[in-house]
Design a protein around this ligand. Structure first.
Ligand SMILES: C[S@@+](CC[C@H](N)C(=O)[O-])C[C@H]1O[C@@H](n2cnc3c(N)ncnc32)[C@H](O)[C@@H]1O
Length: 185
C-alpha cells in the first residue's frame, strides 16, 4: 500500500504532506511512518476518540498530528501530496460516499495520489462516482489474495482534469490557442 509513497519520497526533495483517513488502530500508519523522512508531515483523521488516543500514544514523528474529527468536517487549509484511506465505502450510503470522495479530491493536490483498498467479496463500486474516478485516474490495481478477506488496492493519481468532476463554473468563450514558440528575426 505504501509502494508509491516510497517512490515519491525517493524522487522528491521537498517535504511531502501526507494524510491518512480512518487510521483505526494504526496498521497502515506504521507502514507509512517507516518510509517518511523527518521533514515530511503526516495528518491522521479519525472519528473514534479511543483510536485517536491510541494513535497518539503508539506513534511519534516530528510532524505527525492526530485529528479527532469526521473527515467531512476536516479543513486543513492546504492540500496533500498523498492521501491514504481505510474508510469502508461498501457499508456507507452512496450519497455519503460521494461526499467523501468530493472531499478527498478537494484535499488532494493536482498530481497528488490517493491509495485505498476494498475487500473483493463486497459489491464493488456501489458508488458510481467512485467508479468514475477509478476508471479515470487509477494508475494501479493490485489484488491481495493473502489478505482475509482478499482485498484489492487502488492507487489514483489525480490530474488537473478533476475540475471536470467538480460543480461546473460557467465557461468563458474559448480563445484561439497562442503559438507556444515564436521565432523572431
Ligand atoms: C476499516 S477501519 C481502519 C482499519 C485500520 N487500517 C486499522 O488497522 O485499524 C476504518 C476506520 O475509519 C474510521 N472512520 C469511519 N468513518 C470516518 C469518518 N467519517 N471520518 C474519520 N474516520 C472515520 C473508523 O473509526 C475506523 O477506525
Amino acid at each position: 500500500m505504501v509502494r508509491f509513497l516510497a517512490e515519491q519520497v525517493q524522487k522528491t526533495k521537498r517535504p511531502l504532506r501526507i494524510l491518512e483517513l480512518g487510521p483505526g488502530t494504526g496498521t497502515l500508519t506504521k507502514a507509512i511512518l517507516k518510509v517518511l523522512r523527518p521533514e515530511d508531515s503526516l495528518d491522521l483523521v479519525e472519528i473514534n476518540p479511543h483510536f485517536c488516543r491510541m494513535l497518539r500514544r503508539e506513534f511519534s514523528h516530528p510532524n505527525m498530528q492526530v485529528h479527532y474529527t469526521d473527515l467531512l468536517e476536516f479543513s486543513p487549509g492546504k492540500p496533500y501530496d498523498y492521501i491514504f484511506s481505510s474508510i469502508p465505502y461498501e457499508s456507507i450510503p452512496e450519497e455519503v460516499s460521494k461526499g467523501m470522495w468530493e472531499q478527498k479530491l478537494k484535499l488532494c493536490k493536482p498530481g497528488g495520489f490517493i491509495s485505498y483498498y476494498k475487500y473483493v467479496n463486497f459489491n464493488h463500486f456501489r458508488c458510481k462516482y467512485e467508479k468514475e474516478l477509478v476508471s479515470r485516474f487509477s494508475i494501479d490495481r493490485t489484488f491481495v489474495l493473502r489478505n482475509f478477506p482478499p482485498a484489492q488496492l487502488f492507487t489514483l493519481r489525480i490530474g488537473q482534469e478533476t475540475a471536470l468532476l467538480q460543480p461546473q463554473k460557467p465557461r468563458r468563450k474559448k480563445q484561439p490557442a497562442k503559438p507556444r514558440f515564436m521565432l523572431t528575426a
